[in-house]
Ligand binder design. Sequence first.
Ligand code: CP
Ligand code: NVA
Length: 300
Amino acid sequence: MMHFISVQDLKVQEILAIFRRTDTLKKKPIQPLLKDKNLAMVFQKPSTRTRVSFEVAMNHLGGHALYLNSHDLQMGRGETIADTARVLSRYADAIMARVFSHKDVVELAARSGVPVINGLSDLLHPCQALSDMYTIHEKLGRLRGLKLAYTGNARNNVTHSLCHACSKLGMNMSVTCPPKHAPDKAVLRDSMANAKATRTVLEVTPDPKKALKGADIVYTDTWFSMGNRPSRIEENALKPYQLNSSLLRHAKRGALVMHCLPAHRGQEITDDVMDGPQSIVWDQAGNRLHVQKGLLSLLV
Ligand code: CP
Ligand code: NVA
């Protein structure tokens, strides 16, 4: 594995190796595995978790992270992604990038001489899904055979990476959304092929009750990606998919509630569910740090 652009690019063995390394680093957080290494972090969009977890991860591993806001780079004045990649990879040992357009992170990886990590694009959020799989395994002791239900706007970077991850790792996944907000076709095609190989079910249904039936985990994310504003019509279409206590009752008793955060409380998720006893969102966010370390220490 040279870059980490998509969960779909990883072999199951590579994912499990990241989890094993994460376990070790979670038990003993400070280890100089990346002493004097530098991670350049390019952000075209805001971030709390991704930025801070990568930066602290590099510090814990004995290295250093540089926060580079794209507006402050010459990229903000039109220097191309390809030229930026060629230069940054001569200074830093790895690049992490959060971009608007997925093709930008692909281009960055193609032109970079050092590993590139996708810190979120419009299409995928692989670091989030990797960390979420780790969290589910930590909480429930296994992945294979579990069912994750995703409710909300499923044309979403997190949903897409979860489709890749669940289907690769042997988890059943039921996505429920209005037909207009269904996952990307290519992501579904790849994930369906994974699901066939792992003999799991990946389904998309407009019926939230059906999707949540028997679910061990119920997941939601913002209805609209950072910077996008939904129309009133779109918001109304998404309302039946809000993760609230009456919908949650359709999942297994005690099903775990997950959200990648930031949450829009009262929109895709209600306060009582987010702050309720089934919610694991804070441990989920916390694990971003540990999994980032597992990933960085194997990739860089
Ligand atoms: N979940 C996540 O990636 O959060 P940030 O946008 O705060 O990085
Ligand atoms: N789907 C969300 C994820 C935020 C971490 C977004 O793109 O804004």
